[in-house]
Ligand binder design. Structure first.
Ligand SMILES: [Fe+2]
Length: 336
């Protein structure tokens, strides 16, 4: 696949400049290796804290407690030929944390043949050029274990570098950089679009990604974070798939996120949600960042099943929408 975006010199220059600035800003120095030292120091400090408090073992075990989540979504614009279409969704692998070599993830996805697989960014945690070569080698067995009839598609997250794209594509992941692919069943079609990271790099270009989509087509959008949900809804996206928040990663009992590293509404932090007529789903992710710790927020592998038509009861949808707003209001009141 030849990317229109990587041929776009302005996009490429902006992305690479921001990557360099980020690396320098986070390190506080010109050396990427110094920045890695900082990040490792923070990770070590959190690890030590967990060790001292006796929670380290539990925190690590929780990171490998993968849950298979099944999500059925009704899309009024979905052609009948796609009814029952299955999408395997992995997000935020942060493969630096594949402490078991990815075995736990592979055990689940090897049993899940699907129509399509999508990877919604943050393949890595660290971000240096020499590091990602080794990192992606670790990811390769996981990607090879995916069996998807229409292929594997991915997007970049805020921890991912543009330089990773060729290597990911050699592994069989078709990266969508503000562009779209057409999925077909017989004569029926739907659009799969993907944008670059809207959280940190903000190099996403939704209009460009959707430029070839017709208004009556069913559109699935891959975006690393839920932070452009409202814009996507206005642009006619039908189903929005994302991650980034880790569902909070370290939560209060009941999975209540305290920190989400995002500016989105709390109802978009994990699981299924609605934004206007658009359906959405935020994965809690399969990996972790900063330290091997998850509480009340297990890592997930998601299998979406698409249904052609409306929700069985529109009333249920309205109740869900109102509960989402109420939860969001309460969440902001407590944690803002
Ligand atoms: Fe992220």
């Amino acid at each position: 696949m030849i990317h229109e975006s990587t041929k776009d010199r302005d996009y490429r220059k902006t992305r690479l400049r921001l990557q360099t600035e980020k690396s320098l800003a986070l390190s506080g120095a010109a050396s990427t290796s110094e920045r890695h030292g900082d990040m490792r120091a923070i990770s070590a400090a959190v690890d030590n804290l967990l060790k001292c408090t006796g929670f380290q073992g539990r925190a690590r075990r929780n990171c490998l407690d993968y849950r298979l989540e099944r999500n059925e979504v009704y899309l009024p614009d979905l052609p009948a030929a796609f009814d029952g279409y299955t999408i395997l969704h992995l997000s935020d692998m942060h493969a630096d944390g594949l402490v078991d070599g990815g075995e736990g993830i592979m055990r689940i996805i090897e049993t899940l043949p699907c129509d399509l697989a999508v990877l919604t960014g943050d393949f890595s945690f660290e971000e240096s050029g020499d590091y990602f070569e080794h990192l992606l080698e670790g990811l390769a067995p996981v990607i090879r274990s995916i069996s998807a009839r229409d292929g594997i598609f991915g997007i970049l997250g805020n921890h991912d570098l543009l330089e990773m794209v060729p290597q990911l594509e050699r592994m069989g992941v078709q990266m969508l950089l503000n562009e779209a692919a057409l999925l077909q069943r017989g004569t029926a079609e739907m659009v799969l679009a993907g944008v670059d990271d809207p959280h940190f790099y903000k190099c996403h270009d939704l209009k460009k990604a959707l430029s070839k989509a017709a208004s009556d087509q069913c559109i699935i959008l891959l975006s690393h974070s839920p932070e452009i949900a409202e814009e996507a809804s206005r642009c006619g996206v039908d189903f929005y798939l994302c991650g980034h928040t880790h569902g909070g990663q370290v939560c209060l009992p009941g999975g209540i996120a305290v920190f989400t590293n995002s500016t989105c509404l709390r109802r978009y932090v994990s699981g299924s949600w609605k934004c206007g007529a658009m359906q959405g789903y935020t994965s809690r992710g399969t990996g972790f960042s900063l330290a091997a710790a998850r509480f009340f927020c297990p890592p997930e592998i998601t299998l979406h099943t698409l249904r052609s038509g409306s929700l069985p009861s529109e009333f249920c949808g309205q109740v869900e929408e109102h509960l989402g707003r109420l939860f969001n209001f309460a969440g902001h009141a407590v944690f803002a």
